[in-house]
Ligand binder design. Structure first.
Ligand SMILES: [Zn+2]
Length: 687
């Protein structure tokens, strides 16, 4: 075993900027280090509790903020590696420490002696404004106090027991819900062996299906209900009966009265959530959840959804009519059913804005795109990026930059890890190896990392990105700016540690530059000829963004409405689940009704993930980013005054203040849905 002496995770790192010494950290270091660091952190909490001095902000709240710094660092490194460069050993280590970490955090939040100190500080402050806490300190104090309350710290006797029982039942049921969806997704395959059934499908779809068949030791082609297989199948398969079969399988997941049925789970989950909210003194679960969101309460969310619905509805109907026309032109008879939608939509899309990926990609060479993104950060925020080889990396493909501010002062490290590998999760994300803080003038600057799965270079060609990949880069880089520019004192509120319905503003706002001709022309330069992207292509790319915007919006809203309905019940739910869902989303329906199909029984976001009373957040973030970007649009997309405001009011502030307050300081008013409607063409009359 490793002795303490050789386990680097227990010590201060002696690398430049104290960067994670990846070359010297061994997988077998993690579990013993984290075990020991948990003990150390618990001892520190013991010291806070037994401090003989009366509780005050410094000896309690600030002490908690300093608590477990090395533990946090080791955990970040472990989990970031587990996502970006994993191995069976690393996965095992992550699995081993996960329950230990959640037990550690619940022991802390259940510690009555610690809570009474936090409460003393809180009551003292509330009762005596002369305590003199600044805004950030008030926020941090408030967060601790509320976190304890939300974990049942003030409950007693039977209520406390019931609260704990509900929590553990919910943990079990939501896990079960997700497992059932997975089982139902995997239980169905469509096995094709007749060439004719492949009609309409492009080569890459057929190849993937053949590969799927091969991996199952079957002949022919296999399609599954997993998105990478299901979505292209529905888009391209000409055979209507097969599309119907796939759709029916997909939309009846969790609703087949078999061992994986989720109807009873939904009843139990929503009723337990209601009970939990009531124990906490709230009228329903949505009210309870939204207390910790920018939107603050269900009324505001419902009005928000409704106003977008009113604007989107006529456009969704127009989109439907357009697809129907397309289908009729091609000889389709009768209604357009759900299983016809993607197929005719794709034909229509190609007809309207045919932009082929192969045509676009040569204009987005990765190194040019990276430089252009850096240039954008330079023109907006005065940042400069200097590649360095002095910082250890966890894989030879990772590059590291030192980021400096406009005065040349060190701001952050930035790790970029672009290409897919075995051992890297799919998708793209921003994370950090070290958060930012500045307690006692001890300034710790962040180490931010952006991980993607972009098209690899080949022997003949450099890495050429699709339009969507460039969009992803800008998105994650926006999160990165939130992480790099942060200027807070306390780590729990710095950087991206903000409310969930606020966190996508810095990322999504960056996507706006991609559809601005002024920026697009700078970045999109042919990698061989050096020619800038043709105007006609730019126009197509920009126009194609709003294809079926009304329909897409209505669909998102229907998920949001269903979510809000389930979490706004005020009496335990006993009725018929399908009718409940239908009535919740009836205003968004555009297709003929299909008996047996159900959204809720496979709605993992809200019944297995963290999006309960939160699905609206996707649209909320779009409204925020469009509204915030409209300020740039008004004064010029490279306007440094607007950028300076966005930086000092939003990006530097993290979660140190209420997000609506921050937003209003930047914008001068609450966000309006109008700029989003304009951007997506939903502000005009649908004709
Ligand atoms: Zn994001």
């Amino acid at each position: 075993m490793n002795t303490t002496e050789s386990n680097l995770l227990l010590k201060s790192f002696d690398t430049k900027y104290e960067a994670a010494p990846f070359n010297d950290i061994k997988t077998e270091h993690f579990v013993p280090a984290i075990d020991e660091l948990i003990l150390e952190a618990e001892k520190e909490i013991g010291d806070i509790v037994s401090n003989p001095n009366p509780a005050d902000f410094k000896n309690t709240i600030e002490a908690l903020e300093k608590n477990g710094e090395k533990l946090g660092r080791a955990v970040e490194i472990l989990f970031n590696l587990n996502h970006a460069e994993t191995s069976p050993e690393l996965q095992k280590a992550a699995q081993e420490v996960s329950p230990k970490l959640s037990e550690f955090s619940s022991r802390m939040l259940m510690n009555p002696a610690l809570f009474s100190r936090v409460k003393l500080v809180f009551d003292d402050y509330k009762g005596n404004s002369s305590v003199g806490l600044n805004t950030e300190q008030q926020t941090v104090l408030d967060n601790y106090y509320r976190d304890f309350l939300r974990n049942g710290a003030e409950l007693e006797g039977d209520k406390k027991k019931r609260f704990a029982a509900i929590k553990s039942d919910l943990a079990r049921l939501t896990l079960q819900f997700g497992d059932n969806v997975l089982a139902e997704t995997n239980a169905f395959i469509l096995h094709l062996s007749d060439n004719n059934d492949l009609e309409g499908m492009p080569g890459f779809v057929i190849d993937a299906a053949a590969q799927e068949a091969l991996s199952r030791e079957m002949d022919g082609w296999v399609f599954t209900l997993n998105h990478p297989s299901y979505v292209p199948f529905m888009k391209y398969c000409k055979n209507r009966e097969l599309r119907k079969k796939m759709f029916s399988a997909f939309s009846s997941r969790g609703n087949q009265d078999n061992e994986f049925d989720n109807k009873e789970n939904i009843r139990s989950i929503v009723n337990l959530r209601l009970e939990l909210a009531r124990i906490m003194g709230e009228k329903n679960y949505a009210t309870y959840v939204l207390k910790k969101r920018m939107s603050e309460n269900p009324d505001r969310v419902n009005q928000f959804i409704e106003s977008l619905h009113i604007a989107s509805r006529p456009h969704a109907e127009k989109d439907y009519a357009e697809v129907k026309n397309q289908a009729y032109e091609m000889g389709h008879l009768g209604e357009i059913e759900r299983w016809d939608w993607a197929y005719y939509s794709e034909i229509l899309r190609v007809k309207k804005y045919d932009v082929k990926e192969e045509e676009v990609k040569p204009y987005f060479e990765l190194s040019t795109v990276t430089r252009s993104v850096f240039d954008l950060a330079a023109s907006l925020y005065g940042l400069s990026f200097k590649e360095t080889k002095d910082i250890p990396v966890y894989h030879s493909e990772v590059s590291v930059y030192e980021v400096f501010d406009e005065k040349g002062e060190f701001l952050s490290l930035l790790y970029l890890d672009f290409f897919p590998r075995k051992g890297k999760q799919g998708g793209a994300w921003m994370t950090d190896f070290r958060g930012q803080s500045n307690i006692d003038k001890n300034s710790i600057r962040p180490h931010v990392s952006i991980v993607c799965n972009f098209t690899r270079p080949t022997d003949e060609k450099p890495s050429l990105l699709t339009f969507d990949e460039v969009n992803t880069f800008l998105h994650e880089f926006g999160h990165g700016l939130h992480g790099m520019l942060t200027k807070c004192t306390y780590p729990s509120v710095s950087g991206t540690n903000v409310f969930r319905d606020f966190v996508e503003l810095p990322s999504q706002i960056m996507e706006n530059w991609l559809t601005e001709k002024e920026w697009l022309e700078k970045v999109a330069v042919h990698f061989e000829t050096g020619e800038k992207i043709p105007d006609v292509l730019v126009k197509k790319l920009i126009d194609a963004r709003n294809f079926q915007a009304g329909y897409v919006s209505e669909r998102q809203l229907s998920f949001g409405m269903n979510d809000m309905a389930w979490h706004s019940i005020q009496e335990p739910f006993e009725g018929d689940l399908i009718s409940f869902e239908k009535s919740a989303i009836k205003n968004t329906d555009i297709f003929p009704d299909i008996p047996g199909s159900c959204m809720s029984t496979a709605f993992s976001h809200i019944f297995a993930g963290g999006y309960a009373a939160g699905y609206y957040g996707y649209k909320w973030a779009e409204v925020l980013d469009a509204d915030a970007f409209s300020v740039f649009k008004g004064k010029g997309i490279f306007n440094s005054d607007v950028a300076a405001d966005f930086r000092s009011f939003i990006l530097e502030k993290g979660g140190s203040e209420n997000p609506m307050t921050l937003y209003k300081r930047f914008r001068g008013s609450e966000p309006s849905i109008q700029p989003l409607l304009e951007r997506s063409g939903l502000d005009r009359d649908a004709e």
